[in-house]
Design a binder for this molecule. Structure first.
Ligand SMILES: [Zn+2]
Length: 362
C-alpha cells in the first residue's frame, strides 16, 4: 500500500495538515518502515523528501499523486530534509522526470556535491567504529552489507537552490523557515511554516520512531588525535548524540500548537512538546542503561548486548548507536566514566559518585 491509514478523528494532525493543503504520501522501502513524502499543494507544487530509488517507491508515489489529482511531471520544487538515502534516493529520477528545482540547506548541498565520497565516508566510519567499540566481525559485516544495499538505492541529485541557515523559502500561500537541527545526521533540516502552524521535522523529530544519532566523520576534530581514556577518538563518537540533544533543545522552543510532519510515521500535535518529550525519553533510557553495569568496565558493544539482547545482526548497529547516545548522557551527568582497558573504550559507573552516595547513606 502506498499510504497508511490516516487517523480519522477530526482534529488529528493528519486531518489538520490536509486542511492546510499538505498530503502525506508514505512510500514503501524494502528494509525499513515506510518513508514519508509530503506534498504541499501550493505554487510551486512542492514535495518534501523523496523515497528510496527503486520501482516500488516510484510506483507508489505516482499512484498516490494521481489519486490526489496530480502527475509526477507537475512537481515544481523538491525539498530534502537530510542526506539519508531513504529520503534522497528518488530525487534524481524525480528531477529528471519533472524538471523541478531542488532546494536544500547549504550543508546538505555540500554533502550532495561530495557524493559518492561523502556517503562512503559515513558508512566506512560507522563500520570502523562498530569494531572499535567491540562489535564482533559478523555484526560489522552485516552493517557493511546493509549499507552496500542502501547505496544501490541512492542517487546523486544536483541542488539548484541552496538555502542559508534561517532563510525563508517563500511559496505563494506559505513561508518555510529553514533551520539546521543536526544530530540524526549533520544535515537535518527543519522547515517551519509558523503562520500556518506546520513544521516538516524530517528524522530530527518523529515521535513514532526513535531518532538515532548516526556517526559523523566531521564530528570531533580530535578523532585521529587519540584519547587518553582508552581508544582513539571515541569522544567524537558521542558528538552526534550531543548535537541531537542541543538541536532538540532548540526545537523545544517552537511555539505551542505547531503540527509536526515527520520523515517516518504519523503527524503529531505539538512540535515543541514532542521535542521536550524526546529529550526526557532519552534521559529515561540512559538511566535504565545504568542498571546494565556491574563491577567490570564494559565496552559499548557489551552494554548493547545487555540492553538489547534480541537485536538481529543486521540491526545491531542501531542498538550500539543508541547505547553511545545513552552513554553521552551518563558521561555528561557524571554518572559513568571511561577507562582505558584492553585498547578499547570501556565504561563503568562513576567511582567518585558511588563513594559519595555510600558515605552519605552511612
Ligand atoms: Zn529516514
Amino acid at each position: 500500500m502506498s499510504r497508511s491509514d490516516p487517523d480519522v478523528t477530526p482534529s488529528s494532525p493528519e486531518r489538520l495538515a490536509l486542511a492546510r493543503g499538505v498530503h502525506r504520501i508514505a512510500l514503501p522501502t524494502p528494509m525499513v518502515a515506510s518513508v514519508n513524502c509530503w506534498l504541499i499543494v501550493d505554487r510551486p507544487l512542492t514535495l518534501v523528501d523523496a523515497g528510496l530509488n527503486w520501482g516500488g517507491a516510484l510506483d507508489a508515489l505516482e499512484l498516490e499523486l494521481r489519486r490526489l489529482g496530480f502527475a509526477l511531471e507537475q512537481i515544481d520544487l523538491l525539498v530534502l530534509t537530510h542526506q539519508h538515502v531513504d529520503h534522497t534516493g528518488l530525487a534524481e529520477t524525480l528531477l529528471a522526470r519533472s524538471g523541478a528545482d531542488l532546494a536544500v540547506h547549504a550543508r546538505l548541498a555540500a554533502w550532495l556535491d561530495a557524493l559518492p565520497d561523502s556517503l562512503l565516508a559515513d558508512d566506512d566510519l560507522i563500520a570502523a567504529r562498530l569494531g572499535a567499540h567491540g562489535a564482533p566481525a559478523a555484526v560489522v559485516a552485516a552493517y557493511v552489507a546493509r549499507m552496500e544495499m542502501m547505496r544501490m538505492l541512492g542517487s546523486r541529485p544536483r541542488p539548484s537552490v541552496v538555502l542559508g541557515e534561517g532563510e525563508t523559502l517563500a511559496l505563494r500561500d506559505r513561508s518555510l523557515r529553514v533551520s539546521l537541527r543536526p544530530g540524526h545526521s549533520p544535515t537535518d533540516t527543519v522547515l517551519t511554516d509558523a503562520a500556518g502552524g506546520l513544521a516538516f521535522t524530517g528524522d530530527h523529530l518523529m515521535p513514532g520512531a526513535r531518532t538515532t544519532p548516526y556517526l559523523d566523520p566531521d564530528a570531533g576534530s580530535d578523532r585521529d588525535a587519540g584519547s587518553d581514556r582508552g581508544g582513539a577518538g571515541w569522544e567524537a563518537d558521542l558528538a552526534p548524540a550531543r548535537a541531537l540533544r542541543a538541536s532538540l533543545g532548540r526545537t523545544a522552543a517552537t511555539p505551542p500548537g505547531v503540527l509536526g510532519l515527520p520523515g517516518h510515521g504519523d503527524g503529531f500535535a505539538d512540535v515543541g512538546a514532542a521535542a521536550r518529550e524526546a529529550l526526557a525519553s532519552q534521559q529515561r533510557r540512559a538511566l535504565r542503561l545504568l542498571d546494565r553495569f556491574d563491577a567490570t568496565p564494559l565496552t559499548a558493544w557489551e552494554l548493547t548486548t545487555r540492553a538489547y539482547p534480541r537485536l538481529t545482526p543486521s540491526r545491531a548497529f542501531l542498538g550500539l548507536l543508541e547505547v553511545l547516545a545513552q552513554l553521552s548522557v551518563l558521561l555528561d551527568e557524571g554518572l559513568v566514566e571511561a577507562v582505558a582497558s584492553g585498547g578499547r573504550p570501556r565504561f563503568r559507573r562513576a567511582q567518585a559518585r558511588a563513594g559519595r552516595v555510600s558515605r552519605s547513606a552511612a
